[in-house]
Ligand binder design. Structure first.
Ligand code: LLP
Length: 468
């Protein structure tokens, strides 16, 4: 995992500065010093929608989706092939997002019936959807087949029969990919390559030829090719290249029996959460992967297949910021001096990544600029848990205080999608900003929403068992 909390960042020259690699493209401060995203200022957003608030810059999502499609397509064309890019919906899925990415020419990768429902509700072309999951239910498989999804990704031997039966029942020929475990595991600066990777996804590469043949025995299945996903928050092409080389050796064996049209190398492209994160530009990564694919195909005497990718975080992550209101500020003595705990009105229920992965984030004052010197802060949430940290270590102007708005950068991916109702905190709304306009794309929850699902409450007379 990149951007882990192990390092305290150096004090910034200016704690008001908005590093362009971390904040949504175009984010700036207005004349009053307020943070402006998508042409809308943070104070106006907080007044209209309250805090905590997820803000997503629509133009940035659309631009990134287009940029990724173009980068992979250009790299693939250079080696005589084509590329398909699927947006990995697990990063953040709503019907608005599906429309933005599909209008940019991307397909969508879903991995549950719920994600499928959102993509279909948005009007996505089912033939441009991929359906993943290591334990799809029989019902989910049937729904995906009936909906006409472009490909189901078979994740285990057992699923071959399940998908074949569902397709036969529906009178369809279902396109499938076979997810393999390439033995490559990558994150940020390095990748690990072993004979086997000890995790739940995919089938061992050593069984791919046999299982590919099994898929081909079914008239109701059409084998598209191999799939693998090697990790998350990866900053360069090396791990993808290693994995592609391993896969192409097996792909070539399968291709000798009958043409294998495609190779899907998954997602995992990294973003900058802090200034310390330096992901290579996607064009360079795409070129590095394409070169490795071309060389491996030549070595194995096989045509270059169509390439497919599934970026999630890298499409939506940099487009999002979360706004919070500061409630309390507390200096706490530490072994090295003082740490300022800045407590905000959200926390691990809207961003669990810090608690779950030790992820690092960047925080800035959003409602004003300040000339006060920088102080080392830890942004904590409001939950009853000491691990409820949003930003483990960053710097804010020393005069940060109650009522200030703060913004946390790069929260567009895996924050809303991993949100919870811990401590019965309603999940915040998501607001899209564009050209100075803001609109809700996911309504926030209310306490009434939470109570509505409590079966102990009788709508007519209040809480069950409570005397009227
Ligand atoms: N394709 C497959 C098959 C995947 O399993 C994933 C992510 C992706 C694509 C998209 O990966 P991305 O480009 O977004 O890195 N909750 C974690 C990340 C889990 C990723 C799971 N699979 C986090 O917040 O860092």
């Amino acid at each position: 995992m990149a951007s882990t909390v192990s390092a305290v960042p150096a004090a910034p020259a200016d704690p008001n500065a908005l590093a362009p690699e971390v904040w949504p493209q175009g984010a700036a401060r207005d004349a009053e010093g307020r943070l402006v995203v998508g042409g809308v200022d943070a104070v106006a957003l907080a007044e209209q929608f309250g805090t905590p608030l997820y803000v997503v810059d629509e133009a940035v999502v659309r631009e990134r989706a287009e940029r990724f499609r173009e980068a992979f397509d250009a790299a693939a064309r250079r080696i005589g092939s084509q590329a398909t890019v699927y947006y990995a919906g697990k990063a953040f899925l709503s019907t608005a997002i599906v429309r933005w990415v599909t209008e940019a020419g991307l397909g969508v990768d879903v991995c549950t019936g719920g994600e499928l429902a959102v993509a279909l509700a948005a009007g996505a072309d089912p033939s441009r959807l991929g359906f993943h999951g290591n334990n799809k239910s029989v019902g989910e498989i049937a729904r995906a087949v009936d909906a006409g999804v472009g490909a189901l990704i078979i994740d285990s031997e057992i699923e071959i029969e399940r998908v074949a039966e569902a397709a036969a029942r529906a009178g369809r020929v279902q396109r499938v990919r076979l997810r393999v475990n390439s033995g490559v595991h990558a994150s940020t600066h390095e990748f690990l390559a072993t004979a086997h990777e000890d995790q739940k996804f995919g089938v061992p590469l050593s069984r791919a030829v046999e299982l590919g043949a099994r898929i081909r025995e079914h008239d109701s299945l059409e084998f598209l090719g191999l799939h693998c996903h090697i990790g998350s928050q990866i900053f360069d092409a090396a791990g993808f290249a290693e994995s592609a080389e391993r896969l192409i050796a097996v792909h070539a064996e399968l291709d000798r029996v009958a043409p294998v049209p495609e190779l899907n190398l998954g997602g995992g492209f990294g973003i900058a959460y802090t200034e310390a994160d330096r992901p290579a530009p996607i064009e360079r990564i795409a070129d590095g992967i394409a070169d490795a694919v071309a060389a491996a195909c030549e070595a194995h005497g096989v045509r270059v297949p169509r390439l497919a990718f599934e970026p999630g975080r890298s499409i939506v992550g940099p487009a999002g910021v979360t706004l919070y209101t500061v409630g309390t500020v507390k200096p706490v003595p530490t072994d090295d001096g003082w740490r300022h705990y800045v407590s905000v009105d959200g926390g691990m229920s809207d961003n669990v990544r810090t608690a779950l992965y030790g992820a690092a984030y960047t925080v800035r004052l959003a409602s004003r600029r300040s000339d006060a010197p920088a102080a080392l802060v830890r942004v904590a949430g409001k939950h009853c848990e000491s691990g409820d940290i949003v930003v483990d270590a960053d710097w804010l102007p020393h005069d940060v205080g109650p009522g200030d708005l703060v913004a946390v950068a790069a929260t567009g991916a895996y924050c809303w999608s991993l949100a919870s109702n811990y401590n019965h905190v309603p999940r915040p709304p998501v607001v899209a900003v564009r050209d100075g306009q803001a609109r809700v794309i996911v309504r926030g929850e209310t306490e009434a929403d939470l109570l509505a699902r409590d079966a102990g409450i009788d709508a007519s007379d209040g809480i069950e068992g409570t005397p009227a």
